[in-house]
Design a protein around this ligand. Structure first.
Ligand code: C2E
Ligand code: CA
Ligand code: CA
Length: 507
């Protein structure tokens, strides 16, 4: 799979992960919100139940504190007054010591007393509780709760309680028994230890009254509750994905941009040298080579015409030159090309020849193992002559380096000025050689350049020699050395060694 596709896929995966995290985060928040809401409602329910129980208990306790031997008018008034004060009680009854219901606030004195039967459960503070008792009031049948304490009982209407406990949850109120939980109100069997995990469930028991509440919100109710949140979440997720996609695309673009690749390539060893032979035209003998940098990473190759300007613009010239210089000398040191009469040409940026760097080149540790002659190729420009660079070149020259003026003939060319700088070789740019066959004015300057160079005693290297016709023509005008496809394209060091050895064997 190609690298930019792989980058894009990993960007896509990363964004999908971020979106999943976002959705998960929002759902956890909503879930938490539901849980908090549940807890709050459950506590409200319990408080309401507790309030009812306390209201009933205190009402019945107060009545029991009266002198109550018979169900007379006074007693009925007290019972009615107590009922009136109570917020939840619908009816109050009086039972004699034989557990016979004698009178009630609703019916007055009963014609026939009713014997109290066994309660459904015993509540806290000596209360007996009946649930779902059917009572007849004014020709209507009611299902009620009856709570009795001492000689009095109170009727609670479950519909009232229901009205007090509204919620969008499914709920149940129970009373714990030894054998389980007794259902009082709400949805039966909701209070349980085995809840379906797909539901949000909460349950709690009141410390004071012992009643328990269970609440749960099922998935459908959950979606109903967040009707608006879910489409908003979907839109937000899509927007997040798109934004993440744009950002990751921009990052990938930056990462895969040539500038970034070249800059990181310097640290990651993505540069390597190729070698192009330089031959002596008269003998055809390989006398040296030019080191040409190449770049290769996961995304492919980049050529010098692209990376050289980038390195230059980023002011990384010395880092680049130094790294290629030491790497190449390291490779070369162990080969048969490491010998006195073999020249190895390195391209240096004009900026590389400065106060600090000239010294570093001269004292470079990689040179200790090198016998070959190192030629520093430097592009001829107007800054070269009369500047500090001249003095640095002189010190390099004194230290045994040879200096070649590269690309001579392009831009600023002045043979007279050349006399003022140390110059061991003159490399004529390949554009001159190219135009030789067409006989351009520029190419007709070659013999003139050769004559002047001879006067300065500087041998010429012709660049970009592609065919034998050019080779012969250059030889005829007295050019000593040449470099170009006619003798070999830039190649790896083993290939150059092989070419060199084959030539030696022929001789
Ligand atoms: P240059 O120093 O003039 O190098 C010669 C260029 O001409 C090389 O291009 C080489 O491949 C190409 N060439 C050689 N023979 C022929 C031929 O017969 N025909 C044609 N058409 N081309 C030929 P390359 O390797 O692409 O390098 C381009 C330029 O990049 C170099 O020009 C040099 O200025 C720069 N460069 C390359 N490597 C380095 C380096 O390590 N350091 C510095 N500072 N510059 C470098
Ligand atoms: Ca060169
Ligand atoms: Ca050149």
């Amino acid at each position: 799979m190609n690298y930019s596709l792989r980058y894009k896929l990993s960007g896509f995966g990363f964004c999908a992960f971020i979106c999943a995290l976002f959705v998960w985060g929002v759902f956890s928040y909503l879930e938490n919100d539901v849980k908090k809401h549940q807890e709050l409602i459950a506590q409200k329910h319990l408080t309401t139940v507790d309030l009812i129980v306390v209201d009933v208990n205190t009402t019945l306790e107060n009545l029991n504190n009266f002198n109550h031997h018979a169900c007379d008018e006074q007693m009925l008034i007290s019972m009615r007054r107590a009922m009136f004060r109570s917020k939840y009680i619908k009816d109050i009854g009086y039972l004699n010591d034989d557990h016979l219901l004698i009178c009630t606030t609703g019916l007055g004195l009963l014609k026939k007393p009713i014997l109290e039967n066994n309660p459904d459960f015993l509540g806290k503070s000596n209360t007996k509780v009946w649930i779902n008792r059917s009572l007849v009031f004014f020709d209507r049948q009611y299902r009620s709760f009856i709570i009795s304490k001492g000689n009095f009982n109170a009727v609670i209407d479950p519909i009232d309680v229901h009205r007090l406990l509204p919620s969008d949850f499914t709920w149940e109120i129970v009373y714990p028994q030894e054998s389980g939980y007794l259902h009082l109100l709400g949805t039966k069997d909701h209070f349980t230890d085995k809840k379906d995990k797909s539901d949000y469930h909460y349950q709690e028991c009141s410390q004071s009254t012992g009643y328990c509440v269970a609440l749960s919100l099922n998935k459908r109710e959950f979606y109903n509750r967040y009707q608006l949140a879910i489409p908003i979440l979907s839109i937000a997720t899509v927007l997040l994905f798109l934004t993440c996609g744009l950002i990751s695309n921009a990052i990938i673009k930056k990462r895969t941009s040539l500038e970034t690749r070249i800059k990181t390539g310097l640290d990651r060893n993505h540069f390597y040298p190729l070698f192009q032979p330089i031959v002596e035209l008269d003998t055809g003998e390989i006398v040296g080579c030019e080191v040409l940098a190449r770049y290769k990473d996961q995304l492919g190759e980049v050529y010098p015409d692209v990376f050289i300007p980038i390195i230059s613009k980023a002011n990384l010239t010395w880092q680049f030159t130094e790294s290629l210089f030491s790497k190449t000398l390291g490779y070369l040191s162990t080969t048969e090309l490491n010998k006195n009469d073999f020249r190895v040409n390195f391209n240096f940026f004009p900026n590389d020849i400065s106060a600090g760097t000239a010294e570093k080149i001269i004292k470079h540790p990689a040179l200790e193992m090198i016998k070959s002659t190192i030629v520093i190729e430097i592009i001829e420009n107007e800054k070269l002559v009369g500047s500090d660079v001249t003095s640095y070149l002189e010190s390099l020259s004194k230290a045994g380096f040879k200096i070649a003026i590269d690309d001579f003939g392009t831009g600023y060319s002045n043979l007279q000025q050349l006399a003022k700088i140390p110059c061991d070789y003159l490399k004529i740019d390949r554009s001159f050689i190219n135009e030789m066959e067409g006989g351009s004015i520029r190419s007709t300057l070659i013999p003139h350049i050769v004559k002047m160079a001879h006067q300065l005693n500087v041998p010429i290297v012709a660049e970009g020699v592609e065919n034998s016709m050019q080779e012969r023509a250059l030889q005829e005008v007295g050019i000593k050395y040449a470099q170009g496809w006619a003798f070999g394209k830039p190649m790896t060091l083993p290939e150059l060694i092989e070419l060199f050895n084959r030539q030696q064997e022929r001789e």
